[in-house]
Design a protein around this ligand. Structure first.
Ligand SMILES: C[S@@+](CC[C@H](N)C(=O)[O-])C[C@H]1O[C@@H](n2cnc3c(N)ncnc32)[C@H](O)[C@@H]1O
Length: 306
């Protein structure tokens, strides 16, 4: 086989992916070719021919993407704000919805005086905590994650970005622990300014339709008990113990767990616990996606105290 024209190969891959139901076939076709040829995605548009030596790998990746293996597992990479992260089987692939939450936090954190302390509960690949440490100056991040496989990705990602974090005057530490048990609180030197979490929040019976999610994100990362809120209910009192008076809690949730869910939503859950300034925020698609709230005077810490 000789080199083939890039435009026609890209069209063929796009058609194959489209027939397999892949949601963004043109973009994925470009990224498959870029990965196989060892080029940045932006360079693919400049290619006129694809060398024969890359065709077998391109076909192998296309076959796997047709089988709905996530593109990020094929490339081993996910981008999250300004960071590239290692991902793959055993860890949740970070989502654009979560970027909106972190972008919002990056905007509010520097308004604190002096150094800040942030806690990332349910850290997965480390996306949230690493993005805070890399983008907020003088910020110490404690990341807590239960899955050993996810911790191994978070550690790799920390090592990948450690220099950037240090240059920013910030720090990152990772703890393998269950966020619903109080042991992780002992890892904090001082009360936190922010606790953030993108916890598992899908109700146990609501199996996602997308094969990329259903078959490739770990179950521990997706399901939050019968109504999806089990883990959130357990972590909120401990987050409250971790926060300083006036500290901020930010929790990602499903689009039907916001204000419109009333008593069954995250905003109401936080108001009932005494949090104040409870605000529900939308993602880029305009759907309710995360709640922020401030520790109030009347908040009721974990049973038995902190
Ligand atoms: C939806 S993923 C979010 C990962 C990452 N924060 C992100 O936004 O990409 C939820 C994460 O919570 C972790 N997890 C689930 N239950 C946990 C628990 N009880 N304690 C600590 N981590 C937990 C899962 O292993 C998974 O990595």
């Amino acid at each position: 086989m000789n080199a083939v024209p890039a435009a026609s190969l890209l069209r063929t891959i796009e058609n194959r992916l489209s027939a397999a139901g892949v949601p963004s076939p043109a973009a994925d076709a470009r990224l498959i070719v870029a990965h196989a040829c060892g080029l940045p995605g932006s360079r693919v548009a400049l290619l006129t021919e694809i060398p024969e030596s890359d065709l077998q790998e391109i076909d192998r990746l296309t076959v796997r993407r047709e089988a709905r293996v996530p593109l990020q597992h094929l490339t081993g990479q996910a981008s999250f704000l300004n960071l590239d992260l290692n991902v793959g089987p055993g860890v949740f692939t970070p989502r654009p919805e979560t970027e909106v939450l972190v972008d919002w936090l990056i905007g509010v954190l520097p308004s604190n005086d002096g150094p800040s302390v942030a806690v990332d509960l349910c850290a997965g690949s480390g996306a949230i905590g690493l993005a805070l440490a890399a983008n907020v100056a003088d910020c110490s991040v404690l990341a807590v994650e239960r899955s050993p496989q996810a911790c191994s990705y978070a550690q790799q990602n920390y090592e990948r970005h450690a220099e950037l974090i240090r240059a920013n005057g910030s720090a990152y530490s990772l703890l393998e622990a269950d966020v619903t048990r109080p042991a992780w609180l002992a890892a904090l030197d001082r009360p936190a300014d922010v606790v953030v979490s993108n916890p598992p929040y899908i109700p146990a019976g609501a199996i996602p339709r997308d094969p990329e999610v259903r078959d490739h994100d770990p179950a521990i990362a997706l399901y939050g008990g019968p109504d999806g809120l089990e883990l959130i209910r357990s972590l909120v009192p401990l987050a409250e113990c971790a926060l300083r008076p006036g500290g901020l809690l930010a929790i990602e949730h499903a689009d039907d767990q916001g204000e419109q869910a009333r008593e069954a939503g995250v905003p109401e859950l936080l108001r009932q616990r005494g949090f104040v300034d409870v605000v529900d925020h939308h993602d880029l698609a305009g759907r309710p996606r995360f709640t922020t709230a401030v520790v109030g005077e009347t908040s009721d810490p974990a049973p038995g105290g902190c």
